[in-house]
Design a binder for this molecule. Structure first.
Ligand code: PMP
Length: 294
């Protein structure tokens, strides 16, 4: 079944519409000029992990792009929860998106209507589960993450993902699962849809998120590591240094914590730090429901 023909509902501008009927016009500004921002969230056991943080980031991405979403953070949170119930899933992926509409076209469209939609579907594993256990293989992308003076690097803006799609397609065509991207300075940045960590001598190292998305999972992993007394260095990492690391993993809402075995010429072995962070993350995302006193 094509993805746009699934059963169920999509929340669109305040209403639930049938999944296959959630359509927009071909002259949508967001399609022509990339004026759209989105989120990726996961529900575990019927609850969306860090929902409000994601919705606040959606609003912040829109602000960076120069538009205001006509639904408050509380309204979007509530609509996500209602849609999750309506779709009937316990574990699912949640995709809110906001964009400039089709009522005005041209690079300048400051008064165009801003739309917002939410879709929820089941997306169990971002990477092939078998590959994931052994550690996935990454290519090194040709394109680099842009300088924040060149693009709105900190927004989760759809336009920035053209670089990610080109890079991931190129990597997959060569048999890799994904690509690691450098930034415009040639420093290690992230993967096409997840942040990256390395480990050596019991310590974690990750690039400073100064020109790419400072992922909510990245921040969660840093907190979890620190809570265990594991040191985390957020610093400049040059690609040549990859030779010296023992372990590597990606982390993101969709990818969760995924061990990496290979990046271009460099090799890693999923080990104790990958395992600890995978376990701690899966524990952290479980819903915290008040236990009824008996
Ligand atoms: N970088 C990119 C390019 C991403 O698409 C994502 C996924 N949203 C991340 C990092 C990780 O962000 P998060 O942990 O907030 O999902």
């Amino acid at each position: 079944v094509p993805f746009d023909q699934l059963d169920g509902f999509i929340w669109m501008d305040g209403e639930f519409v049938k999944w296959s009927e959630a359509k927009i016009h071909v002259l949508t500004h967001g399609l022509h000029y990339g004026s759209s921002v989105f989120e990726g969230e996961r529900a575990y056991g019927g609850e969306i992990f860090k929902l409000t943080e994601h919705t606040e980031r959606l609003h912040e991405s829109a602000r960076i792009m120069g538009f205001k979403i006509p639904f408050s953070v509380a309204e979007i949170d509530e609509s996500c929860r209602q849609l999750l119930k309506k779709q009937g899933f316990q574990d699912a992926y949640v995709r809110p998106i906001a964009w400039r509409g089709s009522d005005s076209l041209g690079v300048s469209a400051p008064n165009s209507r801003i739309h917002c939609a939410i879709a929820i579907w089941q997306w169990p594993s971002y990477f092939d589960p078998e590959q994931r256990l052994k550690g996935i293989r990454l290519d090194i992308a040709e394109y680099r993450r842009p300088d924040p003076r060149t693009a709105p690097s900190h927004a989760k803006a759809s336009g920035l993902y053209m670089i990610c799609t080109i890079s991931k397609h190129a990597a997959e065509a060569k048999g890799y699962s994904d690509a690691m991207m450098l930034d415009w300075r040639g420093q290690v940045a992230e993967a096409t849809g997840a942040n990256i960590f390395f480990a050596r001598d019991g310590k974690l190292h990750t690039p400073k998120a100064d020109c790419f998305l400072n992922g909510i999972t990245r921040r969660t992993v840093i907190e979890l590591a620190k809570a265990r007394g594991i040191e985390v260095a957020e610093r400049v990492i040059m690609p040549e240094e990859l030779e010296d690391f023992e372990e590597c993993f990606l982390c993101g809402t969709a990818a969760e914590v995924t061990p990496v075995a290979e990046i271009g010429p460099y090799r890693f072995r999923p080990g104790p730090l990958c395992e600890t962070m995978m376990e701690d993350y899966m524990e952290a995302v479980q819903p915290r429901r008040a236990v009824a006193a008996e």
